[in-house]
Design a protein around this ligand. Structure first.
Ligand code: WT7
Length: 661
């Protein structure tokens, strides 16, 4: 991180709108029950106490949310930058997600409503179904010689078998490394080789926009030169023809055909690794983020229960992909651990049309929806008529994750999806954190675009480069100051990079402060507003300007659905702002509209933030998890080498970015 970027960031936009939570939501919320039990009078008092006394708090939550095979000796052993949570404890994630439910009435409760992309392809999985399938596969893995601590790579689409595979791997104490099914053969191969996985689990193919993706072929290509892989398990999803590697490949259905439906879970040490998840960040070699079992049995269910207020009868839909941490935590581990019912959708949101999601909500009575700003902006672009067509009255709470949500997108989401009534939980977190860090609770008054405050048991601050907490109203680095159960434990076999990426920055001031890599400001009431990644911050005439504020100003114009801004070097100002805008349907690009948009930014944020150039594009380049790739946009616009674009969701969007120098 460049030194000059550590100065404070200007605050341009101030959000005045406040949305109070409805009384009924507050009174019946899970968090209110905790507050009443403990005698906290206000949410802020409770947040302050639990964050200050986080060790005691997590000790209590660990007993409430997880079932331990052997109780832990103590709550925390913190030797920065390494934490051990619940040392001495022994536990099984698979047991927590399955075995404890099948002993109750939940045995035949629906765990997953699995909606395939082909219309009408729906499968229901109860907890007992999952239990059986997980155990058979776990026995199958054992029969292939997979042992505790071995790595198993999983390359599967959004079908319940992905969740089953993860639970089977962890059941026998092995460690999974899931790779997003939208990644290329090479990306899969690199991750398999880095993890030295002994088994690869994939499928023949899957459905995407009405076509099949030949995943098995990609898996073969990726693992062709990975000698560690002794076996490849292939689930039959589409029935398409596949090449076959004799001696290595085995059909999933053949492997499990004669396996018993019981397999004793292996109870492992609390610090045993649950999984590795590779995250590329924006540059360089992917980092293998390691997460530990014990903390993961506690943080995800606790945060899901409190933030999204899940009740026994809710139908939860986290519309992310399990290939990302959002899905690991909030499609697999947290909801299953809580014994809840969730929707899993295989396909694309626009197949066969933009009504698909809204029809799923109507058909299955989804009550809590969790999605991303990029999806919301896509629906804004398509127009509200798609959600207006369906009955969405089953919804009672909404959520957002992945990027700063532009206040206008927030308003649109509330209005068109949330009937102008529903609260939106804007959760700020990372692959590294495993759970939400900053987020509203159902009791929190909301401000559009704000992820509000650190959750109970978590501690985050906004600091300058010297490690001083910046006053309310100013911007700086987001720093997590205390450990928490679901935090990352290491980078797989790369301790140096682990140290360098997060801990070195403030080490001299305070060992153990974690640099998150995001910029934020707190407003006068202490509400956090994420301003963007540190590396994306603009520097105009000596003023540091968060990209997210300029983009949000553009999106607040009724014609603009999405915007990306980057800095162009300028002799006088250091940098000037270049904007790329995607229009909402029904708007035509014109010079007049360009001027209107620039003037709109000027009047919203002031002249300092107004773009010196604005271009209309159909789409902006994004990662497959929906993050705008400003670095690539900037390189293309400045006529520089854009590097490898194969990891993008829409590489063609790069070609459409005009060269502006
Ligand atoms: C980065 C982490 C966490 C699951 C998905 C992404 C950005 C995430 C928000 C939010 C503003 C957000 C940050 C963060 N981010 N959520 N609610 N508001 N920014 O996981 O791929 O590890 O990305 O996503 O920049 O550091 P990830």
């Amino acid at each position: 991180m460049a030194e000059e970027k550590a100065a404070k960031t200007a605050v341009l936009m101030v959000e005045e709108r406040v949305f109070e939570p409805p009384k009924e939501l507050v009174e019946n919320s899970n968090v209110m029950q905790y507050m009443k039990e403990k005698g906290f009078k206000t949410e802020m008092e409770m947040r302050a106490w639990t964050s200050k006394n986080y060790v005691e708090f997590w000790g209590e939550m660990a007993k409430k949310y997880a079932t331990w095979h052997k109780p832990f000796d103590k709550v925390l052993d913190w030797q920065p930058p390494y934490a051990k949570w619940f040392p001495g404890g022994e536990i099984s994630m698979s047991y927590n997600c399955l075995d404890r439910h099948i002993k109750t009435w939940r045995k035949n409760k629906v765990a997953y409503i699995a909606v395939g992309e082909p219309v009408g392809d729906v499968r229901l999985f109860t907890f007992w179904d999952l239990y059986r399938e997980v155990n058979k596969l776990a026995n199958g893995l054992k029969s292939l010689g997979v042992k505790e601590g071995d790595r198993v790579s999983i390359y599967l689409p959004m079908i319940p078998e992905l969740s089953i595979a993860m639970l089977a791997v962890t059941r026998i104490g092995a460690i999974h490394s899931v790779v997003f099914s939208g990644f290329s053969a090479k990306a899969y191969g690199d991750r398999v080789k880095d993890a030295e996985s002994v088994v690869s689990i994939t499928c023949d193919g899957f459905w995407r926009r009405g076509k099949t993706v030949p995943l098995k072929t990609q898996a073969d290509e990726g693992t062709a030169d990975a000698p560690s892989v002794k076996h490849q398990i292939v689930y039959k999803r589409t029935g398409q023809e596949v090449p076959w590697n004799k001696g290595k490949d085995i059909w999933w259905h053949d492997l499990v055909a004669d396996q018993p439906i019981h397999c004793d879970p292996v109870f492992v040490d609390s610090e045993h690794r649950l999984y590795i998840l590779y995250t590329s960040g924006t540059t360089g070699k992917p980092k293998g983020i390691e997460h530990a079992v014990g903390g993961y049995c506690v943080g995800p269910p606790q945060t899901l229960h409190w933030v999204f207020d899940l009740k026994e009868e809710d139908v939860w839909w986290c519309a992310a992909d399990i290939g990302w941490v959002t899905g690991h935590s909030y499609i697999v581990y947290a909801p299953l651990s809580l014994g809840s019912t969730g929707v899993m959708y295989e396909g694309s949101p626009d197949f066969p049309d933009f009504g698909r999601w809204w029809k799923i909500i109507q058909d299955y009575g989804v009550s809590v929806l969790y999605t991303s700003p990029t999806a919301i902006r896509m629906f804004m672009k398509a127009g509200p008529e798609w959600c207006d067509k369906y009955d969405l009255t089953s919804l009672r709470l909404l959520g957002s994750v992945g990027e700063p949500i532009n206040p206008e997108a927030w308003m649109w989401y509330r209005k068109h999806v949330g009937r102008d009534e529903l609260q939106i939980m804007d959760t700020w977190w990372q692959t590294e954190t495993g759970t939400f860090i900053n987020s509203p609770l159902p009791t929190t008054p909301l401000k559009p675009g704000s992820c509000t405050f650190p959750l109970p048991g978590y501690n985050a601050e906004v600091m300058d480069e010297a490690g001083n907490i910046v006053p309310y109203g100013e911007g700086g680095n987001v720093v997590i100051t205390e450990p928490y159960p679901s935090m990352l434990r290491a980078f797989y076999r790369d301790p140096e990079r682990y140290m360098k990426t997060y801990w070195n920055y403030y080490w001299k001031v305070h060992p153990g402060w974690y640099l998150a890599g995001d910029q934020a400001r707190r407003d006068k009431d202490g509400y956090f507003f994420i301003q963007g990644r540190i590396d994306d911050v603009l520097n105009v005439a000596g003023h540091r300007i968060g990209n997210s504020e300029v983009e949000s100003a553009l999106v607040s114009h009724p014609s603009c659905a999405e915007a990306a801004v980057v800095g162009k070097p300028d002799e006088v100002k250091g940098e000037v702002i270049i904007a790329f805008c995607v229009l909402r349907s029904g708007n035509e690009p014109s010079d007049k509209l360009k001027k209107d948009l620039v003037n709109h930014v000027k009047s919203t944020l002031g002249g300092i933030a107004s773009p010196s150039e604005l271009h209309f594009v159909n789409d902006v380049p994004k990662t497959r998890s929906g993050k705008i790739m400003r670095r690539i946009i900037k390189s293309k616009a400045l006529g520089k080498d854009v590097g490898d674009t194969s990891s993008l969701a829409n590489p063609e969007a790069v070609d459409a970015i005009p060269k502006i120098v």
